[in-house]
Design a protein around this ligand. Sequence first.
Ligand SMILES: Cc1ncc(COP(=O)(O)O)c(C=O)c1O
Length: 335
Amino acid sequence: MTAQPQRPAFGTVLAPQMAVASYQGGAWGDYEIKPVGPIELSPAAHVLHYASTCFEGFKAFRWKDGSVHVFRMDMHIKRMRQSARQLVLPEPDAEQLAAMVRAVVDRCREAVPEAPGALYLRPILFGTTANIGAAASPTKEASLLVLASPVWDYFAGGMKPLRILVDDENTRSAAHLGMVKTGGNYAAAMGPTLAARAKYNVDQVLFCPRGEVQETGAANFLLIRDGALLTRGLDSTFLHGVTRDSLLTLARDSGFTVAEEVFDVRRLLDWVRTGEAALSGTAAVLAGVGSLIYRGEEFKVGDGTVGPVTQALRAKLVAVQTGESPYRHGWLQAV
Ligand SMILES: Cc1ncc(COP(=O)(O)O)c(C=O)c1O
């Protein structure tokens, strides 16, 4: 085996240029491309006090011929607009945000790594109105930025089977905000996740409030067994992952039966006796789960390794993203 070069940890390096637009007087202004650097913000900015912010995360891939393609940008922009609406933030204009993303990718073209790396794109929207008495009133001004970061593996160790705590005590978000990609949800998951790491040496926590399986702190959760997939059906309690949607589409196209419904921890533990479990997300792609810890007891998922269907589905998705497969080309937009 050849030695892997040392890669920076996911998200720690930014590409050199960013796009910036401001919302003022009820309208979005033109965007600018600028070198990445500090931004000016009033200490009374709405976001700093009342967490009026949401973001997105998706990837651009460099194909073997050198061309660069963004994966399912339309879905991510739609989700960003939905997050903004839920948080009573000014909605980004879809066309303008797409243009900002394309401009950043274009200006940072040199920074797009070859597969299995990618350029991770991070639009962020936040309320800038200076008013520390606005707990119950929305921001009137906002900023929209698009950052980019060359990335490799999210989970250090790549395809190592993950160890997950099944947590039926904590919640990662308010029930109506789970589908919103907002910083507060990640803040809410942080404490339980760090505590679980310290106590059980797990990689992630699978949140199962009231015993219903939802998702982990930064990825959706899928079960696989005998040609069937099981995952929670779309509702407001968890993030509607674009990777989840892509994998379910590929699985259906390959003849899998897909059930999208609420299921509980008892059913989860039954599935994993002979099945596979995996986390899906832009960063995680599809990461296999090797063991679950529930109420202090350890349950092996299948034989404890990353399952063959997980590996095959992951490879199928990566092949589409990197242009190796001629399939579902509508999901990619060349820049
Ligand atoms: C909480 C949460 N769930 C699920 C996902 C997966 O979403 P997507 O597949 O759109 O990246 C993410 C982001 O990656 C996330 O932060």
